[in-house]
Design a protein around this ligand. Sequence first.
Ligand SMILES: [Zn+2]
Length: 346
Amino acid sequence: MSKEFNNNPHRRLNILTGEWILVSPHRNKRPWQGKTEKQAETDRPQYDPACYLCPTNKRMGGENNPDYKKPYSFVNDFSALLNDVKEETYENGLLYAESESGLCKVVCFSPDHSVTLPLMSISAISDVISLWQKEYKELGNMEGINHVQIFENKGDVMGCSNPHPHGQIWAQNNIPLEVAKKIDRLKDYWEKNQKSILEDYVQQELKLDERIILENEHFVALVPYWAVWPYETMILPKRKIAHIGLLTEKEKVSYAEILKGMTIKYDNIFKTSFPYSAGIHQAPTDGEEHPEWHFHMSFYPPLLRSATVKKFMVGYEMFANPQRDITAEQAAETLASLPSIHYSKV
Ligand SMILES: [Zn+2]
C-alpha cells in the first residue's frame, strides 16, 4: 500500500455484507455551515410520573408496569409485527408480497429513569445481558420465529421519544435483509476456511492495533475497517460464539464491562449523552446449525463534528453508496484516547 493511500479517496469493502464504502479523507477540513441540533437534556429525575416505562406507571396500551427492580420486558403495545398473521403470498404480475409474522418487545434496562448504559454498574448491565439471553432463547424457541433482533435506539436525534433507558427486540419469521447479507458472507468464509471470518478479523485487528478502542479477556471494541458512520464501532467476542445464549458467566461480565467502557467513551466524545442505534447480530433461530456465526454488536451513531452536528445519509449515499470523511483510524484514535471515566463523574 502506498503512503498516500489512506489520505486519498478510496473505497473499502465491508467483509460482512460485501458492500463498499467511499472514504474521502482529504475533505476532512471542509468548513461546516449546515444544521446544528439542539443538545439533548441530561438532567432527569429517577422517576417520572409521565413516563410509560417507569415502574408502576400506566402504559399507552392501558396496562400497568409492575414495580420492577431489575431489567424488565413486555410485549410492545404498538408492535410492528403480529404473531397471529395467516401465512400467505400475493402475486399479481410484477407485484409480489408475502405475509410476515412476529413479535415486538420492549426491554427496560433499569427501573431508574435517569440512567443510561454508561452510567449503570457492570452488574446491572450484566442483568440486561441476562434478560437479552432469556429473550433470545425464549423467542427463538417459539414456533415460526427464525430471527431475533435485539437493538437500542438512543437519543431523540435517533427518533427515540422516551429517554427511559430501554431497548427493543423484534422477533420474526423471515431472516431480515442485513442479516441475510451477513449469513452469505460468513458461510462462504466458513466453508472455505473452516474458521469464523470474525475470529480471523479480530486477530488481524489486534495485531495491527490501528482501530482498537478497548480490549479485555474475552472481548474487543473496535472501529471496523469499513465503518460507515463517523464513530461507528463493533464489540465482538474473541472466540467464535454464535449467539449470546452461549456466553459463559465470565464472558457475560466481560461483555458488560466492555459495553460500559465503550458507551462511556461515546459520552465523553462531546460530553453529551451520545445518541446511537446499536444492535446485536447473531445466529438465526431457524433450527439449523450455524457453525459460521460469530455474534457481534454494532453501534451506528449519527454525530459528526460536535454534539450538535449530525451526519446525514443523503445525495450520493442515497443513490450510490455510503461515504465518510474522517477515516476509521482517525475515529479509533479519538475514541481510544478518551478517558475511561464518564465526564459527569469527574
Ligand atoms: Zn421512565
